[in-house]
Design a binder for this molecule. Structure first.
Ligand SMILES: C[S@@+](CC[C@H](N)C(=O)[O-])C[C@H]1O[C@@H](n2cnc3c(N)ncnc32)[C@H](O)[C@@H]1O
Length: 207
């Protein structure tokens, strides 16, 4: 079967550099446009990811890092499931400015393609939804997620199906599975099914 051309489905997928991507979000974040589009597109990434996470994490007091939090859609899902302690990080100040007040305990402007300023073994879990996609964050971020997560903690993320092999996520995940983490779930999720874009959804436990 011919592979679907995911890169043509949504305009932002055409952008290559971080600067271009950030300029795009500066526009998209205005007047709640990003959030409205996510409702119109029936973007299910945050809901699906948090629902997968809560199957394995019952302690509502844990500290969670939401990497690439954007406008806070993952935080809203975590709150629905009665989690209380989560920090958000994103490179777009425009999107960070739209996050509902008091949803996250801490919000930081961070480039996830660089080392994260955080001590080792700090978080109980990491969520990263919608951020492993065209022109966004690269597989090396997974090393940093493992570093900042406590042994035994969970890392839960989506990877746009269009970049999974193209950006080397397949090889990276295989390598990390040798020593660094253990796979708990890995499946093709709906994600943005209305646009015919699906994502791999992974949940791993740090060794
Ligand atoms: C599709 S949005 C997903 C946002 C949110 N997690 C959600 O599910 O709605 C992708 C996010 O990745 C962020 N992003 C892109 N490149 C980044 C980078 N290098 N470092 C940190 N965040 C980045 C964007 O600013 C944007 O908020």
């Amino acid at each position: 079967m011919a592979q679907k051309d995911v890169g043509n489905k949504i305009p932002i997928y055409k952008l290559k550099s971080t600067d271009e991507v950030m300029k795009y979000y500066d526009e998209w974040g205005n007047e709640n446009k990003y959030n409205k589009d996510m409702v119109d597109w029936n973007y299910t990434g945050p809901k699906e990811t948090v629902e997968t996470f809560v199957k394995y994490e019952k302690n509502k007091d844990i500290l969670i890092f939401d990497a690439g939090c954007g406008t806070g859609l993952v935080g809203l899902e975590l709150k629905k499931h009665r989690f209380k302690n989560f920090h958000g990080a994103d490179l777009s100040q425009t999107l960070l400015d739209t996050v509902p007040k008091n949803l996250y305990q801490k919000l930081q402007k961070v480039d996830l393609n660089q080392n994260i300023e955080c001590e080792d073994n700090y978080y109980d879990a990491v969520m990263c939804v919608g951020t492993f996609t065209f022109g966004h964050v690269k597989p090396t971020a997974l090393d940093e997620f493992i570093r900042v997560t406590k042994p035994g903690g969970l890392i839960c993320f989506t990877i746009n199906e269009g970049i999974y092999e193209q950006y080397g996520f397949d090889k990276k995940i295989k390598m990390l599975s040798i020593k660094k983490w253990q796979e708990i779930e890995f499946y093709k999720s709906d994600y943005i099914a209305s646009k015919d874009v699906n994502a791999w959804l992974g949940l791993y436990r740090v060794k």
